[in-house]
Design a protein around this ligand. Structure first.
Ligand SMILES: Nc1ncnc2c1ncn2[C@@H]1O[C@H](COP(=O)(O)OP(=O)(O)OP(=O)(O)O)[C@@H](O)[C@H]1O
Ligand SMILES: [Mg+2]
Length: 366
């Protein structure tokens, strides 16, 4: 089921009467979520992710704009009529019901010609439980299961009505690192097997990158960029997106462009063909540094963290914005620092330039 958002906007009145401003939680969203794809809605806390999801499922009414499922305008339609499956961050299982009853719950409310017999319900419950591999636990109560198992019950409950759209709000946030990884792989498998159009909300860029067909990055209610994960990592349209994706974070320096060259302090660090002179941010991915005795970017060496195949060289520079520079270098290329200094040359393909005023990307010919 394709989902189309048209000028979708949600404003909340500010509860603090002294401040007149409203909160614009979702600001003029215009995009299409293609049928059968998994979209990652990514952004920092408070940027409007949950609100966007609640608008799509119908728990919130938009202030302006429209939502279409396929060609059908669902803007005024009640949540239960939209055919969506929803998983909340805190699973919200019924504690007094066992797994079977929890999963069956949405089926018991079906009325009219949709009403199911006991046998039909049992069949559907089993099918959903098998999909998330908890069919051996049907008689357990939620408090008799691990967090990951409870999470899967919540997913089975969302899937049991075979929704046309699956909406997941930070569904893995309470799991430990290993379970998180495992469950997200499972989610991806289930999504691909069922072909259900899925919106997955997270503030974890790595999670969004690994699971999504397409990522939507948002900030303060405004869509910043939409695209395939690699595309957003490689071609961020502004400094916010560049900084939000990638660990360690992209390294941002103050610099300038002069005579089609990029300078940090008075050192030309790379060419910038076709760019006009001006103050810029020079943002370098951790993998964009090359240890080079004669390199133009000389930093004070702080330490190195061995990661096995690679080493993270931690350094500092006067023009660097932030705590410490992190350069990821293949371990065999790391050399001893001389007098506490380490010099780098840069891989231009891993450097992005941004206007100092607008923080928009400046494109140069590479
Ligand atoms: N019912 C409400 N009334 C007033 N303001 C609200 C309401 N719900 C959300 N907001 C505000 O709207 C903005 C977006 O909130 P939302 O919950 O969508 O963010 P989020 O991206 O899901 O954040 P998080 O990652 O912390 O869950 C926030 O500034 C929040 O304070
Ligand atoms: Mg939220």
């Amino acid at each position: 089921m394709k989902i189309v958002l048209e000028h979708l906007t949600k404003r909340f009145p500010n509860r603090n009467k002294k401040i007149k401003d409203e909160v614009i939680a979702v600001n003029d969203f215009n995009f299409t979520i293609p049928d059968g794809k998994l979209i990652g809605l990514l952004g920092p806390s408070g940027c409007g992710k949950s609100t966007a999801l609640n608008l799509i499922c119908g728990l919130e009414k938009p202030t302006e704009g429209k939502i279409y499922f396929g060609d059908l305008d669902v803007t005024g339609l009640a949540p239960e009529k939209r055919g969506v499956g929803l998983v909340f961050q805190n699973y919200a299982l019924y504690p007094h019901l066992n797994v079977r009853e929890n999963i069956r719950f949405p089926l018991e409310n079906l009325r009219g010609d949709k009403k199911l017999t006991k046998e039909q319900m049992e069949e559907k419950v089993l099918e959903a439980a098998k999909l998330v591999q908890i069919d051996g636990l049907l008689d357990r109560k939620p408090n008799e299961m691990s967090g990951g198992q409870q999470q899967r019950v919540a997913i089975a409950r969302a899937l049991v009505k075979r929704p046309q759209v699956l909406l997941l709000d930070e569904p893995l946030s309470n799991l430990d690192a290993r379970l998180r990884l495992q469950t997200r792989e499972e989610l991806k498998r289930i999504q691909q097997e069922t072909g259900i159009t899925t919106v997955f909300v997270t503030h974890d860029q790595e999670e969004a990158m690994s699971i999504s067909d397409t990522i939507v990055v948002m900030k303060d209610g405004v869509l910043q960029q939409m695209g395939r994960p690699q595309e957003i990592y490689d071609e961020p349209i502004n400094l916010f997106v560049a900084k939000f994706l990638g660990t360690p974070q992209i390294n941002v320096f103050e610099g300038k462009i002069s005579g089609e060259k990029v300078f940090i302090d008075d050192k030309a660090v790379m060419d910038a063909k076709g760019a006009t002179d001006g103050e810029v941010y020079v943002a370098i991915r951790p993998e964009g540094f090359v240890v080079d005795e004669n390199g133009p970017l000389t930093c004070s060496f702080i330490n190195r963290e061995v990661m096995g195949r690679d080493t993270s060289v931690v350094a500092h520079h006067e023009r660097f914005l932030g705590e410490t520079i992190r350069a990821i270098i293949p371990s065999e290329e790391v050399i001893e620092p001389k007098e506490g200094r380490v010099s780098f040359s840069l891989k231009p393909a891993k450097v992005r330039l941004f206007d100092r005023n607008t923080e928009e990307r400046i494109r140069v010919q590479v």
